[in-house]
Design a protein around this ligand. Structure first.
Ligand code: GLU
Ligand code: ZN
Length: 295
């Protein structure tokens, strides 16, 4: 089977060091196998998005010579597809409306325990949850091997459409990865936890789950994921090489001397050639000071 990989940023801010690591890791993994590398814009949550971020992310990828194959897919343009899948599940009683508030769930111990499963509620003011009858309690990761998912998370009937009408990440990501023919997902280790839910949706849809590789996550000194909230800076567009090399070191490359004077396309080509999974650090989180560095 031909390899199809993807990078799926959420345009909540500019591309920062942590997202560059995910972009590069997925790119090298795809291109080292002569595969296709897609970019999908996960613009599902307008209140958390920054105007102009989607275009800025694409410009940044180009500045780093990470050229994607085919057209960029925007999740904001795919609502009818998500909605029709939800309606099909509602009709088949594989999904149901739920009116529980966050507060109620918290009072139940932090996990939703199936309160609305058999209530046959109407749409008004409700979220939609998928019935999880076969919890996925572990999966195989290409770097980390078997990864266990806590039972309470695995068993939860999770939200596929929010009460405010927004489609849930887990739903959109699976529908799109299937439709785009993605064969392997390479992304940050912050997304290990929802992987079981996503595999569950593959099963519900009668599809064979695909391969997963979770890359070490760049975190701040306090252990927080780099993000807009902790002021992770957008990375430089005019002087990409130092940041590119730093991200490659983060991914476990030992760079030969003189790499910093090479051209960017030479560096990328070298990376494709040298990339192998054993180089990747075992840790799922690595502290980086890079986000605060002024370039
Ligand atoms: N859009 C998600 C994010 O930026 C990543 C989705 C994925 O790679 O599965 O965190
Ligand atoms: Zn409920």
């Amino acid at each position: 089977m031909d390899y199809v990989g993807r990078f799926a940023p959420s345009p909540s801010g500019p591309l920062h060091f942590g997202s560059l690591v995910a972009a590069l890791g997925s790119y090298f993994q795809a291109k080292s196998q002569h595969g296709t590398w897609l970019v999908r814009m996960e613009d599902l949550d307008p209140p958390r998005e920054m105007p102009g971020a989607a275009d800025l992310i694409l410009k940044t990828l180009e500045a780093y010579h990470l050229f994607w194959d085919g057209e960029v897919v925007y999740q904001s343009q795919r609502h009818p597809i998500y909605q029709s899948q939800i309606e099909e599940w509602l009709t088949q009683q594989e999904a149901y409306y739920c009116q529980c508030t966050r507060k109620q769930i918290k009072a139940d111990g932090g996990y939703y325990l199936g309160h609305c499963r058999d209530k046959h509620l109407q749409a008004e003011g409700c979220a939609v949850r998928i019935k999880v009858d076969t919890p996925i309690t572990e999966f195989y990761d290409l770097k980390h091997g078997r990864i266990a998912i806590p039972q309470a998370i695995a068993e939860e009937d999770f939200i596929i459409k929010r009460r405010d009408g927004l489609y849930a990440y887990n739903l959109a990501v699976v529908i799109d990865d299937i439709e785009q023919g993605v064969t392997e997902i390479v992304r940050g280790a912050d997304l290990i936890e929802p992987t079981g839910r996503q595999i569950g949706l593959y099963n519900t849809l009668g599809k064979t789950p695909i391969q997963y590789l979770h890359l070490p996550l760049a975190v701040t000194e306090n252990g927080a994921k780099l993000s807009k909230q902790n002021h992770a800076e957008g990375i430089s567009l005019d002087n990409p090489i130092p940041t590119l090399l730093e991200a490659m070191r983060f991914l476990g490359f030992s760079l030969p001397k003189g790499m910093n004077t090479a051209k960017i396309d030479e560096i990328i080509a070298w990376g494709i050639e040298q990339w192998h999974l054993t180089q990747l650090p075992e840790a799922t989180q690595i502290t980086t000071l890079f986000s605060n560095r002024v370039s």
